[in-house]
Design a binder for this molecule. Sequence first.
Ligand code: V47
Length: 353
Amino acid sequence: MNIIKKLENGERIDKHEAYSLYELDLFTLGKFAFKQRVKRFGKKVFFNINRHINPTNICADICKFCAFSAHRKNPNPYKMSHEEILQIVGNSVKNGVKEVHIVSAHNVQSGWEWYLEIFKKIKEQYPQIHIKALTAAEIDFLSRSCGFSYEEVIDKMIEYGVDSMPGGGAEIFDEDIRKRICNGKVSSENWLKIHQIWHEHGRQSNATMLFGHIESREHRIDHMLRIRDLQDKTNGFNAFIPLVYQTQNNYLKDIKFLGSSEILKTIAIARLLLDNVAHIKAYWATSTLNLAMIAQEFGADDLDGTIEKESIQSAAGANSANGTNLKTFCELIRSSGFLPVERDSLYNEIKIY
Ligand code: V47
């Protein structure tokens, strides 16, 4: 069947057809992606009030796209103490934060007890806070460095208070590209396996894709299809998050900015291809707030959150170091003709502004 007919009927795009989606023009993709987002969520734009915490930047891995970890171009190693982290969480709670998103570099000096203890302390002091923590890459690192199986690490995360898993560390699943940009990091197969185990424990997670570096359009489609296949089995992914590659202070050379049109096409394709993932997040830290808002017309329905502090993308040039605020979010969403909806970390609606 003709791909346009399928898009009109809202039918699943099969693997073979998926590779031709980029050949459609932006506005055709946008029209169908917007139709899907409106069918699911009307004109609601979801966000949460959250705080990103990155406890250490000392990393055993050397990902070429990363400007956050301490290295020659960022010679500023740090590791927060539990007290510092608790203080941050305490202040954030006072500011109305409902989720802490805790991800870090792969620091050999932080054994898994260090992580488990901080999760436990946060939950003891702030039981209402949702802890979204540890990427599949960190779980793989902790499993390898501490000698525990993925199941054991995941069981402990749950026991000590982690509520959901973020989608980081996925980068691009294609094995050749992965070797070139993040050799030695969790394999694609294991990234998917870890999320599968997490889902089989009845828990939810997100999935990311880092794009706009050395990957091709085909690699992006392949990446999304691998997410879709796992989602068919587990239904545990809440959101898919295409992360726009930020170019500064790292070791990938001569990468040109992708351009807004290609970013919007990719978001629209994600909406159309991932018919089994409820939410498509336009992560404003990597796309800018304005483009993330326009992306809501191209299939996205979520912006992430107010963030408060952000160290990973801002180290590579993004304008997200100090987050944004509720007022800015709501004004932007309203003035764009959408409805600002604060959600919790699992997409239950909290308040319409
Ligand atoms: O996996 C690293 C990415 C990710 C760069 O689950 C970069 O809700 C752009 O996964 N340019 C971590 N991106 C952040 C992440 C995330 C963010 C927001 C929400 C959620 C969620 C997850 O940051 C890493 C990596 O792909 N990253 N360097 C860079 N130069």
